[in-house]
Each structure stands twice: as structure tokens, then as C-alpha cells.
Design a binder for this molecule. Structure first.
Ligand SMILES: C[S@@+](CC[C@H](N)C(=O)[O-])C[C@H]1O[C@@H](n2cnc3c(N)ncnc32)[C@H](O)[C@@H]1O
Length: 1003
């Protein structure tokens, strides 16, 4: 088979990808991630760029079209430009940009097919009229399958976790089935023909509109049924007596946004042992400037009540701390000040003696929150509810991420108040009723051929009746091979891939069920109150279920955050952005034995050792999703809880200790990777994400367990690794400022190819020799593509591992295998050597300055030491001072900082031009005059500009090692801006020569 290197095996415009990935984190409206929470999603920008770059040919591997380095570089630049457009969030639905990207994929694909036209399995593997399909076997929140679909591929997603599978169905499987269809709701159908004719329904927008309409219907219907459980509060004159701010509201009934409750336990003080005292982490209700409000407890003998005050409390610290006790204990008894230890609270909680007490009521004023004291009526109504149903599932005994069981909240039903359970079950039942309505409306719309009898009710715990899928499969796109549908006898039209009226109604039901599932993390009694933003915080502010002492119980019908309509709108908006034309399918499969990767393009993002316990966490949503969606996907939701045993997460508590967990993870990951290595389409590399954490980076520049365990699994599975691209989701400056290194919040994309089964064995010295001979070239290529210094060391591991994995194994002189960990140490050592060797290319003054900088930074050092070093480097301190590099006075020598350098420096007139000066003058120009000024200097520096850029890499590496964050940022920024500065420099030259020509023609 003839293979060509793909772009991702040579170069990537990392800067553009990283910037777009970091920016994407702040995009909320319409981002597919707002459809439903999933932990640690990949940014769409990186997913899109990586899949694109793993499919397009690198120009150097197409010498028939790009015969020399210059034409290859130009073509690479053209591909980079496409990626730079492709990664922008604004271009997510830009047809022109996507069409251009898809055309590139086709171009490379046709080239591959032509190369392999004589292949014995050409028909099966190289059909020039059909792009290979895509598969992600660890699909999670679906970023990668969604982006593959966007790029025009038939997309397959699988995951062990039913919640993740459902998210993927909602993102890639359902929208294309109903793409381009208008909504069926009566509001739309009764619009005039003219109005209807004017509105195009692109992609999933019709479906989105129905989700909005029936979501509103659910909300209104629920209000009729349970609205009385959420009474308003009428502001009385008495209430306003001590609260002048309430005067305008006297006599008005205010809608409640939320009730703020504190948990209670009996006082440990014998004198008050009969009293339930509050565990209030704070008494501050709002800390917003000018809007401060707080609770003040009033103690009356052995009783207490809460009043609400506005303004700043007299004792700010006391109000801020509530009854919490800082380090001494957990809390203090409000009445006696006796400490309440965590052990005491735990015993009380486990004995079922933990209660709650209403502390305050948050209401909707006139464009402001009005905080009111608790009333007995409001407290009573909340307590009087008895839900017909509640989830009955124990939380895991996983103390690392699940804190509530310790305190007696050990069943999922304990994480909701009775009133919240009533609301959640009411809305859940309404999903089924809404589906029935959509179905009737869909039939009435005449858009669907199918005419089935009434739909089953969607009551929980009833098995959906068997229904065969309708045969009006009108989807534009069809899969390349028969995907596994939900094939058991328990199936429903949507699960079977139908596109008729019933399937459509169920599709709308899926998103309504999502809106409910996602809101459950706001309608829980472990949501905290964000008093600085006056908002409810979701249960999953962290990837854990924390214990929350005082919580906020929101009103599902108010107009503020945490209400049902907000949740519907989030689902609707993300659907609006889905404009799929291509087939998608999601399956529940274990990655260790799945067989659907066959001949597919694979990009995947497996779990990271023990970072996130997806299965445990997702039970929180599963119990609600199952209740509303099991009738549609009976097999997917067959089990009472999310399957755990096969989850590839190194969970010590599940596997009987750390070591056993590590073995389980390593073996399972190796099997999963072997499945991919065996099955993936041979023309493409496989890309695998790994979340690299600061703790992964050891003192010797290597790693901890997670990273090398992972690499080990990938290599053992039969892969060679030839790329390691760092992808950051955090703005560079910010990450650097915090740590001075690149270790924060980045993930690494491994680029892998199947390892040659005939690969030879190498000795350790062969390996080192090859590192020394190949790394300098690889490093130069990376620097030529203007990789940011901050990313260089990580990206250079790719070529190093490429050498290591070229062999079946590398053995040391005792015949033992050199481990991945040891190989990484060697790669890092050689990398350092190579970078240090590059120093040889610089002038003597700069070499002196580099060594001095390494030792002293910009601080002063002794003249004697400077002088000795200068002799060794073949220069002199006086000369260095004359060259404008150092300040030497009173026996001390120090390097000049960019801000101290003269602004009128002209390199063309400098008799002793050095790389060191050039770097620092460029930084000065960039800081003071921006890219324009720096570009002018680039023109004046001529070829020295490129030498300066190279030196910046070296200086960055020194700063990183020495943890000099401030300087590191400057060197990194200089390289990052170089591309743009060069462009401006070029422009300046063109303008200059045009002017000269004009002047010449004048005379
Ligand atoms: C890092 S997440 C994927 C995140 C995804 N790329 C995104 O952007 O949202 C890893 C996924 O692997 C899944 N997983 C864990 N063990 C698995 C197994 N044995 N088979 C299939 N999937 C598994 C988890 O459920 C989780 O969704």
C-alpha cells in the first residue's frame, strides 16, 4: 500500500488552534456543550483542526506537485490558512469555509485512491467516490464525532456510558434525520402561507423550534399542576417597617426565585440538645457592591429566628462566616458557640438526624433581587410534599469525589428535596405527554407519510410496546455499512433509525428529556448559592458531588437562572447551530472489544487514568434521563445504573487498591488501543488525545504514572508514535503567568501509525545516536513553522518517540528493555543538548549573555565572574558594555532589560550587532510601538531577525527551567507575534519600493 505523510505528521498551526480553543471556552450561547453537561470536553476547534490535518496530505509527500522546499512551504502555508479559518467559532456554520475544507479532504482522498488503484482490496478500501467513515470509541460529550460530521464524514460515536451515548445521539444521529424539515407545532402550522414561504428551516432548526414550543407547553402544563407549590410572597407594611427598601413593594406579591436553606443538626451542647442548630457556611445573601444583603440570626432563649437585612453588616467577618468555625471545627452551635466537629455532624447525618431550616427567600423585584425573611407558610409548603416517585440508587463509596454519603446522603433521592422530586417527576411525566402531542401534530402536519395509532404513554417503569420502525426512511444520507441499531425486540421507531412521525415525536422528546436532565443539577439540594453573582451554582461546579451545607432551592417557574425555560433554550440554541447533512450514529460499546472501527478514520480522547469518574458522576443524570427516555431507548437504559465495571478509569476503590487499578487501566487501555490499531483505515494516522497535567511533569523533565502508563499502553497496542502536539485550552499568557510553564490545562494529541510488524530491535546507544542525528532537523522544522517556544519541548517529544517506536524494542546493554519512562528521559536529555548546541550558531557576545542570563537573569553579578566567563567565551566585559548588552559599574555587571534600551537604536549603524541585542530590542519595540514598530526593526535587522527568533526559543527554555515567568512570557510572545511582524515588514517593504518607484517616475 502506498501511504503519504499527512499534514499532522509534519506541522500544525498550533497557535491558531490553541487560541481558538481557548476562546471557545467562553462561548456559551449555541455551543453544543450546552446541550448537556459532560466532563472534560475537548474544544471543537482542536477537534476540527486535528481531524482535518490527519486527513490532508503533507505537501512534502507529494513531490510530483510540490517538488522543492519552497513550493512545499507555500502549500503548507495555504493549508495552514484553511485551518486558521476553520477553527474559528464564527465559522462553525460557515458554508464557504466548510466547503473549502471538505474539498481539501476529497483532494487528498482521491490522491490516496489513485495511488492505490491496484491494491488487491481497492474496492473495499479505496473508493474515490466515498470518503472513509469516522469513529470515536470514547466519544463522551461528542466533540470529535460532531466535528468529523461537520467535515463531511459519516460519523460514528461509541461510549460505554449511556448518558454519553445519548448525548452523541442528540448531536450527530438525530439532527440529520430531520434536517431541513419545518416544525410541526400548531403555532407554526397556523401561520399564513406567505409567512411560511419566507422562512427557510436549515439543518435542525425546525426540530429546535419544536423543542422550544413543546418545552414551553411542558412548562405551562407543569405550572397548572404544581404551580401552587411555589407561592409568591406578599410584602406587608410590617415587613417594610425595618426595611425601607421594601416600601415600594408593600402590598405586592413577589415571585420567588429561590429559597435558601441551611442544614441543621441537634446542638452538641447538653443545654440545647433539643434544638436543631444551623450549619450555615455564610450569612451573606448578596455580596454584590451596593446590593449587599445578609441574614441575621436573632436568638431568643433556646430558640432562634432569621431576619434579613440589607446593606453591609456591622461585623462583616461574622456575617461572611455564618456558623462555620474556620479551622477549629466544622461549625459552631449558634446558641452556645460549642464546636460541631465533622465527626459529630457525620454521626448525626448518618443517624438520619440532619434537618433543614429556611434562612431566607429570594424574590424578583423590579430588576433586582429582593431578599426576604423566611415565613412559616413557605417553610411548611416545602415540607408537605410527597413525591410519587424518587430515584432509588446508592451513591458510590468513593470518598475522593463523593462527599455526601459520609453525612448520610447516600441515595440519589437524598440529593433532592421532596418538592424538587415532585417537580422533576412532574416534568419527566410531561416529556411522555409532550411526545404524544408532537406525534399528533406531526401527523396533522402532513409532513410524514406514516399514520400510526396513538402512541404509548410514556409512563415510567412501563416497557414501551414493541413498535416496528416505519419504512419511510427519507434521510438523505445512508451509512456505508449497516450500523447496529437498537436491535433487540424492545425497540421503538427512533431507536430503529426511523424518520416517520412517531420517530420525530420521540426525537423532540429526547431534547425535552435533555432539558430536564440538565436542569436536575440545578434542582438539587447540593447546589450552592453564589452570593457574589446572586445565582444558583450547579452541582457540578467541580467534577465531584460535594457536600453543601446551605443550598438554594430554585423556583422552576420564575424567570431567572435555573428555570426550565432556560434549560429548554440552551438545548434549542445548540440545535440551531447543528446543520448536519451527513449520517451519524451512536452506540453503546466497550472500547476494549468494539469492532466498528473497521476501516474508519479514528480520532479519540480516552479517559485519563483516574482524572474523572465518568460512570459514577453520570448516575446523577442517568436516573432522570432513564425515567424520561427509557421508553424511547429501552436497551440503552436497561440497567438501573450506568455500567461501571468495564469503565477504563483507574479507580482504586473499585479495583481493590491503586496497583490493581493501574493494571486494570493499562491492560484495558492496551486492548482498546489494539482494537483501534488493528481496525483503523491504513491510509490515515490515528490521533489520540491525552490530558497532560502539571503533575505529569517530573523534576527530570519526564513524567508521572498517568502519562507514561498511557504511552506504554499505546505502544504495546502496536502503535508507533510520531507526533505529540500540545493543545491548550487556556490562554497562553494566563497559563504562563500562573506557573511559568506550559503544563497547565493542556492536552497532547498523539499521532500514531500501526507499527511495522517486522520492526527490528535496537540498542540503547543506537537509539541515542539516532536521537542526536534526527532531533536537530525535527527541531528546526518545528521552529520553521513558528511553533511557540512554550510548545517546543512537548512537540519535540513526538519525533523522539517516533524513533523509539520505530523498533520492536530498545534494549540496554544488559539486554533489558528500555522503558517508555527511560526513553522519555533520554529524549529530554538529547533535546537539551540539541538546544544548547544551537548556541554554537550565535556570536560570542550572545553566547556570553546566554550563560550569564542562565545564572543571573537580569540581576547583577560580580565583575570578576563576568570577566572569567567573558574570557571563556572569547569576548570582554568592556566590549559587552560598548555593545549595549550590559551595564558594568562599581564591580557589578548586569544585563540590560528591554525597557532600558535606547529607542533610537539603529542596527544598520551598529558596528557590533549581536543576536542578544536584536532579541531585546525587538521586545522593546513590540512593547512600546506594537507590531508595526517591531516590523520596522525586522526590516532593519535583515537576516539577523531570524537569528534573533531562534535565540528566543533558547531564552524561553532557560526561563521555563528557572521558573522566570515574566521573561518567559516576553520571549514566547515575541515568537508568537513573529509571523504577523514578518507580514507587516513585507508590507512596509512593498510600500517603500512603490514609493521609490513613484518618485523615480516623477523625475
Ligand atoms: C475523555 S472522555 C471523552 C470526552 C470527549 N472527547 C468530549 O470532548 O466530550 C472519555 C470517555 O471514555 C468513556 N469510557 C470509559 N471507559 C470506556 C470503555 N471501556 N469503553 C468505551 N468508553 C469508555 C467515558 O465514559 C468517557 O465518556
Amino acid at each position: 500500500m502506498k501511504t503519504r505523510k499527512k499534514l499532522i505528521e509534519v506541522a500544525l498551526p498550533l497557535e491558531a488552534i490553541n487560541t481558538a480553543s481557548a476562546r471557545e471556552k467562553s462561548i456559551r450561547h449555541g455551543h453544543p456543550s450546552t446541550l448537556h453537561l459532560w466532563w472534560a470536553r475537548r474544544p471543537l476547534a482542536s477537534a476540527r483542526a486535528v481531524i482535518f490535518a490527519q486527513m490532508v496530505d503533507d505537501p512534502a509527500s507529494c513531490p510530483e506537485e510540490f517538488p522543492d522546499a519552497a513550493s512545499q512551504q507555500a502549500e503548507r502555508k495555504r493549508l495552514f490558512d484553511i485551518i486558521e479559518q476553520l477553527v474559528l467559532w464564527e465559522n462553525t456554520t460557515n458554508a464557504a469555509v466548510l466547503t473549502q475544507a471538505r474539498a481539501e479532504l476529497w483532494r487528498s482522498w482521491r490522491r490516496t485512491c489513485a495511488d492505490n488503484a491496484d491494491h488487491p482490496r481497492a474496492n473495499e478500501l479505496f473508493d474515490p467516490e466515498r470518503l472513509p467513515a469516522f469513529h470515536d470509541p470514547f466519544a463522551g460529550g461528542g466533540a470529535l464525532p460532531l466535528e468529523a460530521q461537520r467535515l463531511g464524514l459519516e460519523s460514528h460515536a461509541s461510549d460505554l456510558n449511556p448518558v454519553a451515548v445519548m448525548i452523541n445521539k442528540a448531536m450527530i444521529e438525530i439532527p440529520p434525520k430531520f434536517a431541513g424539515q419545518p416544525p410541526v407545532n400548531p403555532e407554526w402550522r397556523t401561520k399564513s402561507a406567505n409567512e411560511q414561504a419566507l422562512k427557510p428551516w436549515l439543518g435542525a432548526q425546525g426540530l429546535a423550534e419544536d423543542v422550544r414550543y413543546y418545552g414551553q407547553w411542558m412548562r405551562d402544563e407543569a405550572e397548572k399542576r404544581i404551580g401552587h407549590l411555589y407561592p409568591k410572597v406578599t410584602v406587608t407594611a410590617e415587613m417594610a417597617r425595618e426595611r425601607p427598601d421594601l416600601a415600594p413593594y408593600v402590598g405586592k406579591a413577589l415571585t420567588v426565585i429561590a429559597w435558601i436553606w441551611a442544614r441543621t443538626v441537634k446542638s452538641p451542647n447538653p443545654a440545647f440538645a433539643h434544638v436543631d442548630v444551623p450549619l450555615a457556611s455564610t450569612f451573606m445573601l448578596s455580596t454584590k457592591a451596593g446590593k449587599e444583603a445578609y441574614v441575621e440570626p436573632v436568638i431568643e432563649g433556646d430558640a432562634y429566628r432569621f431576619v434579613v437585612k440589607v446593606g453591609k453588616p456591622a461585623d462583616a467577618e461574622k456575617a461572611a462566616n455564618g456558623t462555620s468555625a474556620g479551622k477549629r471545627a466544622a461549625f459552631l452551635c449558634l446558641l452556645s458557640g460549642t464546636p460541631l466537629t465533622y465527626d459529630y455532624i457525620r454521626d448525626e447525618g448518618q443517624a438520619g438526624r440532619m434537618g433543614t431550616r429556611l434562612m431566607a427567600i429570594v424574590t424578583e423585584g423590579n430588576r433586582e433581587r429582593i431578599y426576604l425573611p423566611p415565613t412559616s407558610e413557605h417553610e411548611a409548603i416545602a415540607r408537605q410534599q410527597s413525591p410519587d416517585w424518587k430515584p432509588d440508587l446508592q451513591l458510590p463509596a468513593n470518598p475522593r469525589n463523593f462527599n455526601t454519603p459520609k453525612f448520610g446522603l447516600s441515595n440519589y433521592s437524598d440529593l433532592f428535596t421532596d418538592r424538587q422530586l415532585v417537580a422533576l417527576t412532574t416534568f419527566s411525566d410531561l416529556v411522555g405527554e409532550a411526545i404524544e402531542r408532537v406525534y399528533q401534530d406531526a401527523l396533522a402536519s402532513g409532513q410524514f407519510a406514516e399514520n400510526q395509532a396513538s402512541l404509548m404513554t410514556n409512563a415510567p417503569h412501563r416497557t414501551a410496546p414493541h413498535r416496528t420502525a416505519p419504512h419511510d426512511d427519507t434521510a438523505l444520507n445512508s451509512p456505508s455499512s449497516t450500523p447496529s441499531t437498537d436491535s433487540s425486540s424492545l425497540t421503538t421507531p427512533l431507536a430503529q433509525g426511523g424518520t416517520g412521525a412517531l420517530a420525530y415525536a420521540q426525537a423532540v422528546g429526547v431534547y425535552l428529556g435533555f432539558a430536564l436532565s440538565r436542569i436536575s443539577s440545578y434542582w438539587s439540594n447540593i447546589t450552592s448559592h453564589d452570593n457574589s453573582r446572586e445565582k444558583i451554582t450547579s452541582v457540578f461546579a467541580r467534577q465531584a458531588i460535594p457536600m453543601v451545607w446551605d443550598y438554594m432551592e430554585g423556583n422552576p417557574f420564575s424567570n431567572t437562572s435555573g428555570n426550565f425555560i432556560n434549560s429548554i433554550n440552551a438545548c434549542k440554541k445548540s440545535l440551531d447551530y447543528m446543520l448536519p447533512k451527513f449520517y451519524g450514529h451512536a452506540n453503546q460499546l466497550n472500547a476494549t472489544n468494539q469492532v466498528i472501527s473497521n476501516h474508519k478514520i479514528i480520532s479519540t480522547d480516552p479517559p485519563y487514568y483516574d482524572n474523572i469518574g465518568y460512570a459514577d458522576l453520570s448516575d446523577f443524570f442517568y436516573v432522570w434521563m432513564r425515567r424520561s427516555l427509557q421508553p424511547i431507548f429501552p436497551n440503552l437504559f436497561a440497567t438501573l445504573a450506568v455500567p461501571k465495571a468495564e469503565e477504563l478509569v483507574a479507580t482504586a476503590y473499585r479495583h481493590g487498591g491503586k496497583e490493581a487499578a493501574e493494571h486494570f487501566f493499562l491492560d484495558g487501555m492496551t486492548q482498546a488501543m489494539a482494537q483501534i490499531a488493528m481496525q483503523s483505515h491504513p491510509a490515515f494516522p490515528v490521533t489520540i488525545y491525552y490530558a497532560f497535567k502539571q503533575s505529569d511533569s517530573g523534576a527530570d523533565g519526564t513524567t508521572n504514572t498517568g502519562w507514561d502508563t498511557f504511552l506504554e499502553a499505546v505502544i504495546r497496542a502496536g502503535f508507533a508514535i510520531n507526533g505529540t502536539w500540545p493543545i491548550n485550552t487556556e490562554m497562553k499568557g494566563r497559563a504562563l503567568e500562573r506557573s511559568g510553564t506550559n503544563a497547565l490545562a493542556s492536552s497532547i494529541v498523539l499521532v500514531c501509525r500501526q507499527r511495522d510488524p517486522q520492526a527490528p530491535t535496537a540498542t540503547r546507544s543506537d537509539f541515542v545516536r539516532q536521537l542526536r542525528s534526527e532531533l536537530p532537523g525535527a527541531l528546526r522544522d518545528l521552529q520553521a513553522s513558528n511553533i511557540a517556544p512554550v510548545d517546543l519541548a512537548q512537540a519535540a517529544i513526538g519525533p523522539g518517540m517516533g524513533i523509539y517506536t520505530r523498533y520492536a524494542q530498545v534494549i540496554d546493554n544488559q539486554g533489558a528493555a528500555v522503558s517508555v519512562r527511560a526513553a522519555l528521559v533520554l529524549i529530554n536529555q538529547v533535546l537539551d543538548e540539541v538546544l544548547a548546541e544551537q548556541e554554537g550558531d550565535f556570536d560570542a557576545d550572545s553566547r556570553w549573555a546566554i550563560t550569564w542570563f542562565e545564572q543571573h537573569g537580569f540581576a547583577a553579578g560580580d565583575f570578576g565572574e563576568a570577566d572569567v566567563l567573558a574570557r571563556a567565551k572569547n569576548t570582554g566585559v568592556d566590549g559587552l558594555a560598548r555593545a549595549g548588552i550590559v551595564d558594568a559599574a562599581r564591580g557589578k555587571v548586569r544585563l540590560l532589560e528591554p525597557s532600558e534600551l535606547p529607542a533610537d537604536w539603529d542596527p544598520r549603524a551598529d558596528g557590533r550587532l549581536t543576536a542578544w541585542e536584536s532579541v531585546h530590542h525587538l521586545i522593546r519595540a513590540l512593547n512600546t510601538g506594537g507590531e508595526q514598530a517591531a516590523a520596522t526593526l525586522i526590516n532593519d535587522l535583515g537576516s539577523m531577525a531570524e537569528v534573533a527568533r531562534e535565540l528566543s526559543y533558547r531564552l524561553y527554555t532557560i526561563c521555563e527551567r528557572k521558573k522566570r515567568a515574566r521573561e518567559a512570557i516576553e520571549y514566547n510572545a515575541l515568537v508568537q507575534n513573529f509571523g504577523e511582524m514578518r507580514r507587516i515588514a513585507q508590507q512596509q517593504q512593498t510600500t517603500q519600493s512603490q514609493r521609490t518607484e513613484q518618485q523615480a517616475s516623477l523625475f
